[in-house]
Design a protein around this ligand. Structure first.
Ligand code: ADP
Ligand code: NI
Length: 219
């Protein structure tokens, strides 16, 4: 990265930190910060453009579809507006906006479509933050913000066939583990992230085992 690029990355970090102040649904600045740092770490093991990785990590949740009534394009629109203002070149703007448009998880039976290595790195980093101890904490924080129950033993888990169905889902937070979190380890692109994902996955399995025993008053 040259000094002009570093300056734009820093400006973007400041802008996003300010924009996300006080967010309480798992999409706070700390989530963005972890994804940024984790993407930088994953990028070390890949041939990639670290400038694009940093900007896409910082901007990936700029306008999450969950807060824009399922609109997947609002993020890339806001990304373009910001990067123009920050003084980024056209080629960078297009690449970053394209990653932001594709990054979200869209349902258990919806295949990911992330062609660039920079996008794959950011998607991996974002998914790592959805699993493990932090992922568990974020899921319950999100569920709480939507007044969802922790768990419903009678609930049937749904493998969503399209984004529409996934977006509308109102399942309990434990159901979210089966509809997304436990599936993520097999949807990771890079070797570095795969290793981390396996450990975090095991931790969630252990958590669920303990959760079910406590539910029945067994432990
Ligand atoms: P990401 O930022 O990883 O793309 P999302 O935007 O889908 O993830 O969601 C933000 C956080 O909230 C994630 O940790 C995710 O697992 C969690 N989350 C999303 N939907 C639900 C849900 N229905 N129940 C519980 N947690 C959820
Ligand atoms: Ni995210």
């Amino acid at each position: 990265m040259n000094s002009h690029q570093r300056e734009i990355v820093q400006k973007t970090a400041n802008f996003i930190e300010k924009k996300f102040e006080g967010e309480g649904t798992g999409h706070d600045w700390q989530h963005i910060y972890r994804v940024w740092k984790s993407a930088e770490n994953i990028a070390k093991g890949e041939q990639c453009d670290s400038y694009i990785v940093a900007l896409a990590a910082l901007l990936h949740d700029i306008a999450d579809h969950k807060f824009y009534d399922g609109d997947l394009l609002e993020g890339s629109r806001q990304t373009k507006t910001w990067l123009k203002e920050a003084g980024a070149d056209e080629n960078t703007i297009e690449k970053v906006a394209d990653i932001v448009k594709r990054v979200s998880y869209k349902g258990a039976n919806v295949k990911d479509d992330m062609p660039s290595i920079e996008g794959q790195i950011v998607q991996d980093a974002d998914r790592l933050d959805a699993i493990g101890a932090i992922g568990i904490a974020r899921a319950f924080a999100y569920g709480g913000s939507k007044h969802r129950s922790l768990y419903d033993p009678k609930e049937v888990y749904e493998m969503h066939e399209n984004f529409e169905a996934y977006h509308k889902s109102e399942s309990s937070t434990i159901a979210h583990f089966y509809e997304k979190l436990l599936l993520l380890k097999d949807r990771i692109h890079t070797v570095t992230a795969k290793k981390i994902a396996q450990e975090r996955h095991q931790y969630m399995e252990l958590f669920l085992e303990q959760f079910y025993s406590e539910w029945e008053g067994e432990k």
